[in-house]
Design a binder for this molecule. Structure first.
Ligand code: PMP
Length: 430
C-alpha cells in the first residue's frame, strides 16, 4: 500500500456511508465512482435546505414567507454570479432552469432565429449540447483526434472560412467521457475574434475548477455558461444559465406562462425583462438555495485544494489500471483533465464489467456511451455504418466503455478497491 498524503473530505458529505447488499448476501459501504452522472450532497447543502424549507413560500407571490423567499432568491442570483467572478454590473444575469439540458434548450431556442443560424459545436459533446443545436440551427462540427481532443486551428479555420456567418460556438468545459478540459479562455479569444458568441457547458467543470466568466479584457470572456446543481453536490431539479441580460431581454422568452408577464390583453402580451422573463411558472426556490450553499462550500475549500485532491486520485487510478495489460484506457492520460476515466477490458464487455463491480464489489460506475454516442464511437474508432449494422442485430452489443468518475469525497482506499476488483475480474477470466 502506498503512502497516503491527500486530504479526506468525507465528513463534509451526507449519503456516502450507506451500506448495500452484494450478490453473496454480505453488506458493504457502497463506493460511488459515478460522480460524472450525479454527486451526493454536501452536509451544508442539506442544512441550508432544511433551514429554508421552514420558510418555504412561493417566489414573487404573497405573504411573509413569499417575501423572504423572493428576497433570498433574488440575492442568490448575485451570489451565483460572484462564484464565477462577475456581478450584475458586468451585464450578466442568472437564470434558474431544471438542469443543463433545459438550459441549453433555452439558449438554442432564444439564440437561433431559425435553421439559417449557424452554430459550431464539437464531436465531444454530451447529447445535451448537441441535439438542441441540431434542431434549432444548422450545425457544424470540430472533429476530435484519436485521444478525443479538439484542435484549435480547426476551430479558427472553420470560423475564418465562414466569417460572420457562424454566430455561435458551443462546447463543453470538460468532457463527461474522457475528462478532457478544453482551453475555454483561449477558445473564447478565437471565437470573439471572428465576431461569434461562446456558450460553455460547464456541467463537468463547475465542481472541479474555478471558472472566470469575465476574462481579462482580451476577448477571453465567456458569453454563456450552463450547469446543473446535481453535479456539484446539490440535489436534482435545479440548474443555471448565465449570460448577458441584454440578450435575454431582446429575445422572445423560451417558455411562457405565469410569472413572466407585466400585462396580458385579449390580443396582446407584455413580458417582463430578464431574468424573470425566462422563468415561467413557480421557481424552484430550494434548488437555488442548494446551489448557492454548494458554491459557498466549494469556495471555502478552495479550487486549488479540490484540484490537488482530484489529480492525486486520478493519477492513482490511471496508474493502477495501467498495470493490467488487458485494460484499454481512452483519452489523453497526461493532459489537463478532471477525474473522469474511461476504459475497457479486453475480452469482457463493458456491461459485464459494470455488473461485476456493482453486484460483487459494491462499486458504482457507469457503462455505455454516457449520452455522448458520436464521441464514444470516435474514441472506439467505430464508424456510423458499423453502428447502424449493430443496431439491426439484436444480439450485438452496442459499442461502449466503462467510466469511473471521482468526487471530492472519494478516497485512495476506494480507488484501490476499484483497481483490485478489476484485477480480480481479469484474474478470474484467465
Ligand atoms: N453536459 C455534460 C457535459 C454532462 O456531463 C451532462 C450530464 N451527464 C449534461 C450536459 C446534462 O446534464 P443534465 O442531465 O443535468 O441536464
Amino acid at each position: 500500500m502506498r503512502e497516503k498524503r491527500i486530504m479526506n473530505y468525507r465528513e463534509l458529505f451526507s449519503g456516502i456511508e450507506e451500506k448495500i447488499q452484494l450478490e453473496d448476501g454480505s453488506y458493504r459501504v457502497a463506493i460511488n465512482l459515478d460522480n460524472a452522472a450525479t454527486t451526493p450532497p454536501l452536509k451544508k447543502v442539506d442544512e441550508f435546505i432544511y433551514t429554508n424549507i421552514l420558510m418555504y413560500g412561493s417566489v414573487g407571490r404573497g405573504g411573509q414567507k413569499s417575501h423572504y423567499c423572493t428576497q433570498a432568491y433574488e440575492i442568490s442570483r448575485e451570489e451565483i454570479l460572484s462564484f464565477f467572478g462577475i456581478s450584475k454590473e458586468d451585464g450578466y444575469t442568472t437564470i434558474y432552469v431544471k438542469n443543463t439540458t433545459e438550459g441549453i434548450n433555452l439558449l438554442s431556442n432564444i439564440l437561433c432565429r431559425d435553421k439559417t443560424t449557424k452554430v459550431l459545436v464539437t464531436r465531444m459533446e454530451h447529447h445535451a449540447n448537441d441535439l438542441p443545436w441540431r434542431r434549432a440551427a444548422q450545425t457544424f462540427y470540430i472533429e476530435v483526434d484519436s485521444e478525443g481532443k479538439i484542435n484549435l486551428d480547426e476551430l479558427e479555420n472553420k470560423l475564418r472560412r465562414s466569417i460572420g456567418t457562424i454566430s455561435l460556438v458551443s462546447l463543453t468545459g470538460a468532457s463527461n467521457v474522457t475528462g478532457y478540459i478544453t482551453p475555454i479562455y483561449e477558445i473564447a479569444q478565437i471565437v470573439h475574434r471572428y465576431g461569434a458568441k461562446l456558450v460553455v457547458d460547464v456541467a463537468q467543470l463547475v465542481a472541479h475548477r474555478a471558472i472566470q466568466v469575465k476574462g481579462t479584457g482580451k476577448g477571453d470572456h465567456i458569453d454563456f455558461i450552463v450547469f446543473s446543481g446535481h453535479k456539484m453536490y446539490a440535489p436534482f431539479g435545479c440548474g443555471v444559465v448565465i449570460g448577458p441580460k441584454e440578450i435575454f431581454d431582446l429575445a422572445p422568452p423560451y417558455m411562457i406562462g405565469g410569472g413572466i408577464v407585466t400585462a396580458v390583453f385579449d390580443n396582446d402580451v407584455y413580458y417582463k425583462r430578464a431574468p424573470e422573463k425566462e422563468e415561467a411558472g413557480t421557481p424552484n426556490f430550494l434548488g437555488a438555495m442548494a446551489i448557492v450553499a454548494a458554491t459557498t462550500v466549494l469556495q471555502k475549500i478552495g479550487f486549488e485544494a479540490i484540484e490537488k485532491h482530484e489529480k492525486a486520485l486520478t493519477i492513482r487510478l490511471i496508474s493502477g489500471l495501467s498495470q493490467y495489460k488487458e485494460v484499454i484506457l481512452y483519452g489523453d492520460q497526461r493532459g489537463e483533465r478532471v477525474g473522469v476515466v474511461p476504459f475497457n477490458i479486453r475480452g469482457i464487455t463493458y456491461d459485464k464489467v459494470g455488473e461485476f463491480l456493482e453486484k460483487k464489489c459494491g462499486i458504482a460506475v457507469r457503462t455505455g456511451c454516457f449520452c455522448a454516442q458520436p464521441y464514444v464511437a470516435r474514441l472506439l474508432n467505430i464508424s456510423d455504418d458499423e453502428r447502424y449494422q449493430k443496431m439491426q442485430d439484436f444480439n450485438a452489443t452496442m459499442p461502449g466503455m466503462v467510466r469511473a468518475s471521482l468526487g471530492l469525497y472519494n478516497t485512495e482506499e476506494e480507488v484501490d478497491t476499484l483497481i483490485e476488483s478489476i484485477g480480480k475480474l481479469i484474474g478470474g477470466k484467465k
